[in-house]
Design a protein around this ligand. Structure first.
Ligand code: ATP
Ligand code: MG
Length: 543
């Protein structure tokens, strides 16, 4: 793929060549209130992508200004996820590292007459904020003297007021068309234990005030964030200008990643975990990075997806089939092949000698440059997948039918001579004969068959639970409805399948392709090992 320059890179390159900046410093700024999801992967790829492309730096900045929701467990999970993607941050920083600086900058604002202590509560402030068409009302406390504000703000810090009794507000413009500029609250009183600073503080800065300061303190040149912060940029700039930041970091917004059928809100993902709809943050159906990793999605496939969807300025929704196509493409090149059946149907090869077995040669991955193969044993008793046989086949049915022929992958052509039904009329077993001259690689039979199917040797195969997944959310037609109404109650399908023993011999969680079925991996769950789907083979992405 030819390397293209996205709009953020264009801005950066202009600034580098005009000398406005002489290096690139970004940060990835998650709030440690949940696990990272695939949307964060996009933000990670952009922020660390700039570091890589311009030989710059990128910090992991944990935005911990909301002590009620933040936990060390989430910090650790975030770090593990970023490492899994292969990114290395320069420094690990926290908003709480800068609480003292932020406080001092608030004092500076007060001294400049640009901030005041307000006695209105949250409800009153919101009532007086005005609307998109109507200016807000100025607070009666707006014109307190600098001295009074300094004394009150110090008293706020010292715990002399109750939670919510007072707050600090920037003094900007109650008539601004941008509601974020109408004397926004920049500090609030909140007696909450903080996961790092404990009970040291009872006042906490608001995101909009803390963020530009933390960026500046870290030497960030480009503060990259998602589009919902576009309306906050004037405030970001106001803080930088009023506090005399030089050089002042520049905020640039890009579109959020949305993927059909995937929940991407931490709040809702948390709900799924808490109400037991899924088996934890790393449930293989979850769009969290921990879930995708446990699912077996390779980090490189995810990064490739992020690179292909690119960086743009307008929000849009990416089809989940595109994500799946990227994963499938990667696994097609890299995953070993193996044989397994989801719905075992017993087949007896009546003309194959009792007790005999032979080795047949099986390609490990036909896409490898240097071909490798391994041996699989074939015998009189095998299983095929029940879906590869039909009692009432439609026209052009190339799999197995009564009196029909099919090739067993890497082995022989067989013909179905008889069908044994159970008491309910369901197919119980097939009696077949094989064509001895049709062995793969040395076929002299002259027989042409259109169908090739997978099989396992009944004498050596292993019984295993095979899990396939549906999406957690039902698709597009429900768009706009609340997530809980779109929840897919049948996102897990369990098969009592059979696979070749090889899968258990590799001793790791490497992905493999179960031929004609999909990509899977071994997964430890609920005290057992299951074969767990990564992505199906069916490509329904419409290029
Ligand atoms: P959520 O709304 O799900 O809680 P968030 O935006 O609050 O997510 P943060 O932890 O604050 O999550 O986000 C860290 C960074 O990741 C931010 O810069 C944010 O803009 C970015 N980000 C979050 N979600 C997405 C997404 N879907 N696509 C791209 N970037 C995202
Ligand atoms: Mg957030």
């Amino acid at each position: 793929m030819a390397e293209t320059t996205n709009f953020i890179e264009q801005i950066i390159e202009e600034e580098l060549s005009s000398g406005k900046v002489n290096g690139v410093y970004t940060r990835f700024p998650p709030e440690p209130n949940g696990y990272l999801h695939i949307g964060h992967a996009k933000s990670l790829c952009i922020n660390f992508g700039m570091k890589q492309k311009y030989d710059g730096k990128c910090n992991l900045f944990l935005d911990d200004t909301n002590p009620g929701k933040e936990k060390t467990e989430f910090v650790d999970a975030i770090k593990a996820d970023i490492r899994w993607l292969g990114f290395k941050w320069d420094k690990e920083t926290y908003a709480s590292d800068f609480f003292e600086n932020i406080y001092n900058f608030a004092i500076d604002l007060i001294k400049k007459g640009k901030a005041f202590v307000c006695d209105m509560n949250a409800e009153e402030i919101s009532k007086n904020r005005g609307t998109l068409t109507e200016a807000g009302k100025e607070s009666p406390w707006r014109n307190r003297s600098v001295e009074e504000n300094l004394a009150l703000f110090t008293a706020m810090r010292n715990g002399e007021f109750a939670d919510g009794e007072k707050c600090l507000r920037a003094k900007i413009d109650m008539a601004s068309p941008n509601i974020n500029m109408r004397d926004p609250v920049i500090y609030r009183i909140m007696r909450l234990n903080h996961h790092r600073t404990g009970d040291k503080w009872c006042i906490y800065p608001m995101y909009d005030f803390a963020h530009p300061i933390c960026d500046y303190m870290q030497g960030v040149t480009h503060s990259l964030c998602t589009l919902e912060f576009e309306d906050h940029r004037p405030l970001y700039d106001w803080v930088g200008i009023e506090l005399g930041f030089n050089p002042k970091p520049r905020q640039i917004e890009f579109a959020r990643l949305n993927v059909t059928n995937l929940v991407m809100s931490k709040r809702y993902l948390k709900k799924l975990v808490e109400d037991g709809s899924v088996d934890g943050w790393d449930d293989p159906r979850m769009p969290t990075l921990a879930g995708l990793r446990r699912r077996g999605v390779p980090a490189d496939a995810l990064k490739d997806f992020c690179a292909r969807i690119g960086v743009c300025k307008a929000n849009s929704e990416v089809q989940i089939s595109y994500l799946e196509a990227c994963i499938r493409e990667y696994l097609n090149l890299h995953a070993e092949r193996a044989m397994g059946v989801l719905k075992p149907l017993k087949v007896t090869i009546t003309n194959y000698p009792d007790g005999k077995s032979e080795e047949v040669e099986f390609d490990i991955n036909p896409n490898e440059e240097v071909k490798r193969s391994r041996n699989i044993t074939f015998s009189k008793n095998i299983y095929i997948d029940a879906d590869d046989f039909s009692l009432n086949p439609p026209p052009k049915y190339f799999r197995l039918k009564k009196d029909g022929m099919v090739r067993l992958k890497s082995a022989y052509i067989i013909k179905c001579d008889d069908v044994i039904l159970d008491d309910n009329g369901e197919v119980k077993e097939l009696l077949c004969s094989y064509i001895p001259e049709s062995r793969s690689g040395s076929d002299t039979s002259g027989i042409k068959v259109k169908g090739v199917i997978q099989w396992v040797n009944a004498d050596t195969c292993k019984d295993v639970e095979i899990r396939k997944y549906g999406y957690l959310l039902n698709d597009e037609e429900y768009a706009g409805q609340d997530f809980s109404e779109r929840m897919n109650k049948n996102s897990l399908t369990v098969y009592n399948g059979k696979v070749e023993p090889y899968l258990f011999e590799t001793g790791d969680e490497r992905p493999f392709q179960l031929m004609r079925t999909g990509y899977f991996k071994l997964l430890e769950t609920e005290g057992k090992t299951v074969v767990s789907e990564i992505v199906s083979l069916k490509d329904n992405f419409n290029k």
